[in-house]
Write a protein that binds this ligand. Structure first.
Ligand SMILES: Cc1ncc(COP(=O)(O)O)c(C=O)c1O
Length: 362
């Protein structure tokens, strides 16, 4: 890697492709001869309209988003979606079934309880979220307004290897930490949301992909910003959007297309994750926190079982140019987040470091 950049294994905000950073830098002060920065540009200008339209159409191309889905560029993070989803989608029975596979789906489920009759259809809390339960249609209430999953639990490091069949019940999915890391059949979902700060762009942007027939059910007293209809009707321009983050997102989408799209990205992600899990599985000091078959390609959790040893590992990794390898404060241990923009060399360096650390600490 060039310059004196470190390999940042943070779970978000996280690394962005170096080519994108350089391109954005080159256009920072004078965006393509306009004489102004995108940071200063009116969101209603024709230049900005081109930026947001291109971002949307490139995202549609990457994910193969069907025409009957709206793409919304919102603010408030993944966290605001924990409220907006129930506020908009509890539209008939006011019942929703949640699958709780880690901290993020648990938080979302707790928030939804404020708005309706929420049931935990399944959870893997019994074994510290080290696996993803296998679910069938029969696990969900037939009259539920939606079923909710978090495809990739960023803190616990697990990932659904399959998309649950919910029949006619819309499936809502938090893809904050795995969107654009793999190919996804969008038509299997009623609504997908993702915060940008892992695989897409700087923090402050949340992308919502929502099937059109699910828009328009918020209560009359729903705050205007929290109603999907507000944003769908105005193409994410009801109020000032996060112009900068949408611009960078658009550049990341172009970069992904140039690199071969999500199929190529997935192959690369599998390669990176396999290298790391193989090394951890072969280690006499470290163990992976998640069972095979449910392991995240993006967030690789591992522990030594000795908090002092973990601390030493994290500190020495930092000294060697690999930062933020510590696990989330709620679970401890280590977590290496290896999102799309983490170069293969970053993972190779971490693997070599794990082996060296093991030799020195046996
Ligand atoms: C899977 C998942 N969902 C939701 C969130 C919350 O996102 P935000 O901090 O953007 O509100 C996070 C944050 O890391 C996350 O990893």
């Amino acid at each position: 890697m060039s310059e004196n950049r470190v390999f940042n294994f943070s779970a978000g905000p996280s690394m962005l492709p170096l080519e994108v950073l350089k391109d954005v830098q080159a256009n920072l002060i004078d965006y393509k001869g306009t004489g102004e920065s995108v940071m200063e540009m009116s969101h209603r200008s024709k230049e900005y309209k081109q930026i947001i339209d291109d971002a949307e159409s490139n995202l549609r191309q990457l994910l193969g988003i069907p025409d009957n889905y709206k793409v919304l560029f919102l603010q408030g993070g993944g966290t605001l979606q924990f409220s907006m989803v129930p506020m908009n989608l509890l539209r008939n029975s006011k019942k929703a079934d949640y699958v709780v596979t880690g901290s993020w789906s648990k938080k979302s489920e707790k928030e939804a309880e404020k708005f309706g009759d929420i049931k935990i259809a399944a959870t893997s809390e019994d074994r510290n979220y080290s696996y993803v339960p296998k679910l069938t249609k029969e696990d969900f209430r037939k009259d539920a307004d939606y079923v909710y999953i978090c495809l990739n639990e960023t803190i616990h490091g697990n990932h659904f290897e399959y998309i649950p069949d919910t029949g006619d019940i819309p499936l809502v999915c938090d893809m904050s930490s795995c969107i654009l890391s793999e190919e996804i059949d969008v038509s299997k979902f009623g609504l997908i949301f993702a915060g940008a700060q892992k695989n897409i762009a700087p923090a402050g942007l949340t992308i919502v992909i929502v099937r059109e027939d699910l828009i328009g059910f918020a209560a009359d007293d729903c705050p205007v910003y929290l109603d999907y209809k507000t944003h769908a009707e105005k193409d994410s321009m009801y109020n000032t959007p996060n112009c900068w983050s949408i611009y960078v997102a658009g550049e990341v989408f172009k970069n992904l297309i140039a690199k071969g799209g999500l199929k190529a990205m997935h192959e690369r992600n599998v390669k990176k994750a396999d290298m790391l899990y193989d090394c951890i599985d072969a280690s006499s000091i470290f163990t992976a926190a998640v069972e095979k078959g449910s392991r995240s390609l993006m967030n690789v959790d591992f522990v030594s079982g000795d908090p002092e040893m973990d601390k030493k590992f994290v500190a020495e990794a930092r000294e060697n140019g690999m930062i933020n390898v510590n696990g989330h404060r709620s679970v401890g241990g280590m977590r290496a987040s290896i999102f799309n923009a983490m170069p293969v060399e970053g993972v190779e360096k971490l693997v070599d470091f794990i082996k060296k650390f093991e030799e020195e600490n046996k």
